[in-house]
Design a binder for this molecule. Structure first.
Ligand SMILES: O=C(O)CCC(=O)C(=O)O
Ligand SMILES: [Fe+2]
Length: 346
């Protein structure tokens, strides 16, 4: 599964022809849809696909079936004002294919982005839109902005209840920071009535991490450490949207130690064939619940994009996205039914 990764060619020359063209000054961020680009390039031969070359929205890779098509397109379009593309001049080179590599950085390599959890079809994943009102959103943001942020390399965080340690990806259960702050009390009450969980389940949450992501900053793939937290993880999205992706290794491959949520390397899967990927759009004021299989067996991550393609629409990340992740610290070992992904059971 997944497409090969295309790299930016090192030499600017038109040597080493290949069926793949790396095209700059072209893409959704400059108003050119993938369909428009495909239709212009298909004048030179059959186009296999058009993909984002990176997260800029202004560079794409056009893949032909035949090298000769790419050669003709390069001759016909490179550095020339193109009337079919609003007079824009494209900067084109042959691209290089990197074999056996998943291309997660190709924004449009994409898996379709679902708007509803039911479309994603991962057991235990739920999304509720408009979980808080715009006024509550404003108040929650104001409350955290009055408090001290901790700066990580690319984003800022606050921890309540227990501190989450990114080095060990765990919490120190002996270090209780206190009750969750009163400004989240109405949210906790509403979570206790969460649809789908049944009134028999009493939901106690005692750890909150607030994450503030600037535009273009995401989160690398991870499963929240099984031994750190119980089975329900709620994440409230505020201020700006994002897409969250999920991937599961079908053979249950273990995530190597040291791949922390701030380590972008963790995004490059070594092996594409045993991986399933899904994607969901998280609008501001929505809350996501990871439980069961979604919590224990699927890695979740936020691609490092400034713009996201949500089906046919280009969605710009806002000035920031702030998430409130509510969890319950686990006191004993994890006894989940997914031992192949469980640090307590390996
Ligand atoms: O920002 C989010 O919604 C998710 C955060 C997350 O996955 C985590 O802190 O483990
Ligand atoms: Fe997480």
């Amino acid at each position: 599964m997944g497409l090969p990764k295309f790299t930016r060619p090192k030499t600017p020359a038109t040597n080493s022809p290949s069926p793949y063209l790396y095209v700059a000054n072209c893409g959704p961020a400059v108003g050119l849809s993938y369909d428009t680009i495909a239709s212009v390039f298909s004048k030179f031969g059959e186009v296999k696909g058009v993909y984002a070359a990176d997260e800029s929205g202004t560079r794409v890779v056009v893949c032909y079936f035949e090298v000769t098509s790419a050669q003709q397109a390069l001759t016909g379009l490179n550095e020339k004002s193109c009337p079919d593309l609003g007079g824009r001049s494209l900067h084109i080179r042959y691209s290089v294919i990197q074999p056996n590599c998943e291309a997660e950085s190709l924004v449009n390599e994409h898996i379709p982005v679902s708007l509803l959890a039911s479309e994603v079809n991962i057991p235990g994943l739920f999304l509720v839109h408009d979980f808080v009102s715009p006024q509550e959103e404003k108040e929650l943001l104001a409350a955290v902005d009055e408090r001290a942020w901790i700066s990580l390399s690319k984003r800022r965080v606050q921890h309540y209840g227990y501190e989450f340690c990114y080095g060990t990806r765990n919490v120190d259960t002996k270090l209780h920071l206190g009750q969750l702050p009163s400004f989240v009390s109405p949210i906790l009450e509403r979570i206790s009535l969460f649809p789908g969980l049944g009134s028999a389940t009493s939901i106690v949450l005692d750890q909150l991490t607030v994450n503030e992501y600037p535009p273009g900053v995401g989160l690398s793939p991870h499963i929240d450490t099984h031994s750190a937290f119980e089975g329900l993880i709620f994440s409230l999205s505020l201020a700006g949207p994002c897409i969250m992706e999920f991937r599961r290794y079908l053979d249950g491959s273990w995530v190597p130690d040291g791949v922390s949520s701030d380590n972008k390397k963790g995004e490059n899967a070594e092996n594409c064939s045993n991986l399933v990927r899904k994607s969901i759009y998280l609008p501001p004021r929505s809350i996501l619940l990871l439980s069961g299989e979604a919590r224990y067996a699927w890695q979740h991550y936020i691609p490092h994009h400034k713009i996201d393609m949500v089906n046919e629409s280009v969605i710009r990340r806002g000035a920031r996205r702030v998430s409130f992740t509510f969890r319950k610290v686990l006191s004993g070992p994890c006894q989940c039914g997914f031992p192949q992904y469980c640090d307590s059971q390996r």
